[in-house]
Design a protein around this ligand. Structure first.
Ligand SMILES: Nc1ncnc2c1ncn2[C@@H]1O[C@H](COP(=O)(O)OP(=O)(O)OP(=O)(O)O)[C@@H](O)[C@H]1O
Length: 219
């Protein structure tokens, strides 16, 4: 599904080939699920920008792979020293993307995928840094009740945290579905379909980086 004002998906010119790919959406919508699969299948041309966060690790999350888990004091120091291209307080925790992290992936020749919230999207848009100029995808839930069920099903948040995430999701989804906020919108109803849409968009936008779908090599 596309926003009405979004430009049609088109391959990047050589100069723009390393534009980051921003995946945004409310907590529990499935961003992590979709991005993890993209990295597993396309890790040779896609890399993940590891964010800093003050939230506690969920079971299985690894420092330096899923997040850089830092204290509030460390985060505040890093914000003051200006290392982040965006940072935000989300559901009571702080998150940030460092420029170094994006550059690390860009220098490896891979497309840098960012998992950020709507505040981060607004900040990056406001800064209009031509060296970043990401492609923006909003991952939308089929409905808020479905989102709530997924959050509860994941079982990683206490009831209070689930409630806060659902409350915040209403505004996030409103912004995400607004015409012009994102280049593309993927509704994550069926995960296979949503992943196929994500892969298709990435292959189209980054056709110079992505091996051909039939495995015939780079185009
Ligand atoms: N299409 C889908 N159908 C059913 N369940 C799904 C679907 N996509 C993801 N899920 C499940 O929903 C839960 C939330 O997914 P995930 O953790 O990827 O969300 P997220 O957007 O990364 O959340 P957060 O921003 O809080 O990290 C997980 O248990 C995941 O397995």
């Amino acid at each position: 599904m596309s926003t009405t004002e979004a430009a049609p998906a088109a391959a990047d010119s050589t100069a723009a080939v390393l534009r980051p790919l921003v995946c945004c959406g409310p907590s529990g919508v499935g961003k992590g699920t979709l991005i993890t699969r993209l990295l597993e299948e396309c890790g040779d041309w896609v890399g993940f920008s590891v964010s800093h966060t003050t939230r506690n690790p969920r079971p299985g999350e690894v420092h330096g792979k899923h997040y850089y888990f830092v204290t509030t004091q460390e985060m505040e120091k890093d914000i003051a020293s200006g290392i982040f291209i965006e940072h935000a307080k989300v559901h009571g925790n702080m998150y940030g993307t460092s420029l170094l992290e994006v550059e690390r992936i860009q220098k490896s020749g891979r497309v840098c995928v960012l998992d950020i919230d709507t505040q981060g999207v607004r900040l990056i848009r406001e800064k209009e840094n031509p060296a970043l100029a990401p492609r923006y995808i909003f991952i939308a839930p089929p409905s808020l009740p479905v989102l709530e069920a997924r959050l509860r099903g994941r079982g990683t948040e206490a009831e209070e945290a689930v409630q806060l995430r659902i409350k915040n999701a209403k505004d996030e989804v409103r912004y995400g579905l607004e015409s012009g906020s994102f280049d593309e919108i993927i509704v994550n109803e069926d995960v296979e379909t949503a992943y196929a849409e994500l892969l298709q968009l990435a292959r189209t936008w980054y056709s110079r980086n992505a091996p051909a779908a039939n495995g015939a090599g780079h185009n």
